[in-house]
Design a protein around this ligand. Sequence first.
Ligand code: SF4
Length: 392
Amino acid sequence: MSETTIPTTEQPETGITPGGTSGAFRDVLSKDHARRGKPPVHFADMTEDERVETAKKLGLPKFRVKQLANHYYGHFDVNAAEFTDFPASKREEAAAAFFPELITEVTRQVADEGTTIKTLWKLFDGSLIESVLMRYPTRTTLCISSQVGCGMGCPFCATGQLGLTRNMSTGEILEQVRVAAKMMRDGEVAGGPGRLSNIVFMGMGEPMGNYRSVLSAVRQISAMPPEGFGISARNITVSTVGVVPGIRKFTAEGIPVRLAVSLHAPSDELRDELVPMNKRFNTTQVLDAAHDYWLASKRRVSIEYALMRGINDQAEHARLLAKRLNHYGDNWAHVNPIPLNPIEGSKWTASKPEDEARFLEILHAAGITATLRDTRGQDIDGACGQLAAKER
Ligand code: SF4
């Protein structure tokens, strides 16, 4: 384990939060956290100039780059055989240079009659990450990972136990989306052909810890083909455990994504214990930043709250949460209490149904919008990071 002091302004890019310097908390780094080299550069990682330059090296004119963008973003194609508008002699070379295989399926678990599919992926260096596809009657949501593991060390979370191995590249993040979009289009998900409509950055990792790659991924997910996959920014959710500089920076980008803040506790006293990051950015700072996001974007902020039996799920917690949110005076937040999917052998366990119900009632009575979050995939280790933790 090592500690590095990094200026606050650079925090979102580092992927490894500084921590420790004030004795506030220690970053959790995985045992094999060593520089592993960078993933192969992918079309999605390149600027337009870099794409043109790479094409030039292959003896391909500029307009071929546009064709490749159409294949990738418009048709989800990365295989040489699919580039039928390309000279046959160049297809293989182009596919190898622009679309190296970044994620390889290790296992796939299916639940909810085929409408929930959780995939464990291996990256180029053997790292494991996961994504979950959830099909609903009116939308299909993909939950994606942005880091290998997570350095935030929340004690109740499976990913937190893994520690942070590394940030994922934009290409690695985007490939999760492309594969799912293709599966939907091709009818590989129960319910027949359809469209991937929503993306949530709630898989492994802290998105604000990998700011640059996440931002680039958001832009490429939301831009219309051939610049991106054409999934509206309004249907993209970026979650954070409360990395305030990241929230503020994201606010300034002016992209109308939904922000989700994993609060999990209404007071600093309790949150310090559940979310070590709280010792760096406390509940007031986090809620202020989240409320400013609402003011700037007019998009309601989701407050994620994992209900843990006897720890944060009592009436007093619900009352305090309502008070803290109502302090801002407008209907700016939507609370999503989530029944905790406990990790094996941990003391943190899910709330009793009656406590869940009371928690919701108190919020509603205080005028707070709140819905119990659906816990798809409970039977397939749906808690974030759990599958990868098992594989290890
Ligand atoms: S709860 Fe979120 S921020 Fe905390 S360790 Fe798990 S993945 Fe990281």
